[in-house]
Design a protein. Structure first.
Length: 283
């Protein structure tokens, strides 16, 4: 950890942010990014929620600040690789290109510090609902959005009574048998895909359920999300992986000054601003 409290990792993996959706915890992610950096940052799909943006435009300043922060990290030397998911599938037309220094790739092989190979992929291609019944996936997305809205009200009441954040939908996932079975089958399918690619592990997103385990003989890592659980995966210099949960804003005193600095840099860096415009226009 540096003097300013910044934790630097070999790699950071972030997925399912859903910028453009009202349930996105953009302020918490921005706070997380102020205190965490890496040599390589992987954006593992559903960073921008094209589904939501096409149905109703929602892009507050905090969502723009997250994009600017990621662009700034890329400018400062962090290699940033964007592997699109189903909600930001519009970016799948841009494989091999760059947005403000961010590389767009269909999938990627990450080499760990110990030499192990990890397949980095969002995971929606292995979800039968998404691939075989898109109408049902969209219907489920509306239901999920409603559940997140209930979750926001629920946690607002908890804060008033002095309680911390608690994810109602995450709790339901663990209690409902079908949801538990779905998660298990998804994990098994991704592990099979990792083996097919001669990888030692897989790093994915999609199901909003952070996890690290070796239950199927191959390392399975899921980044979680920034709608409910607010989690990211970090690789330490020695090759260890860790789930970082960031559900509470840090008590930093210089955040306003840093935000002003970010705004000044973004205004001066025409190329970076163009990168944001290109990203939004692509929706």
């Amino acid at each position: 950890m540096t003097e300013g409290g910044l934790r630097h990792f070999r790699a950071l993996f972030i997925s399912d942010v859903h910028l453009g959706a009202r349930g996105c915890q953009a302020e918490l992610l921005l706070d997380f990014l102020r205190y965490h950096d890496a040599d390589t940052i992987y954006l593992v799909g559903d960073i921008v929620d094209g589904w939501r943006l096409r149905s109703s435009w929602y892009w507050p300043q905090a969502h723009n600040d997250v994009v600017q922060k990621l662009l700034r990290k890329a400018r400062k030397g962090a290699r940033t690789i964007y592997v699109p998911g189903n909600h930001d599938e519009f970016l799948r037309e841009y494989y091999g290109t760059h947005f403000g220094g961010i590389e767009v790739a269909e999938r990627y092989i990450h080499f760990g510090a110990d030499g192990r190979r990890y397949l980095v992929i969002h995971g929606d291609h292995f979800d039968l609902v998404v691939t075989q019944a898109r109408w049902l996936a969209h219907l489920g997305d509306y239901a999920y959005t409603a559940a997140i809205a209930v979750n926001r009200v629920f946690n607002s009441l908890r804060r008033r009574f002095g309680f911390g954040y608690w994810s109602l939908s995450q709790w339901a996932k663990h209690k409902v048998k079908n949801a538990v079975n779905y998660i298990g089958e998804f994990e098994k399918t991704l592990v099979i895909e990792a083996r097919r690619n001669a990888a030692d592990g897989v790093i994915c997103g999609h199901i909003h359920h952070a996890a690290i385990h070796n239950e199927f003989g191959v390392t399975y890592i899921n980044c979680g999300d920034w709608v409910e659980s607010c989690t990211a995966i970090a690789e330490h210099p020695d090759g260890r992986f860790e789930i970082i949960t960031w559900t509470t804003m840090s008590p930093h005193g210089d955040s306003d000054r840093e935000m002003e600095s970010d705004a000044e840099i973004a205004h001066a860096a025409g190329g970076a601003v163009a990168g944001v415009s290109d990203l939004v226009d692509a929706v």
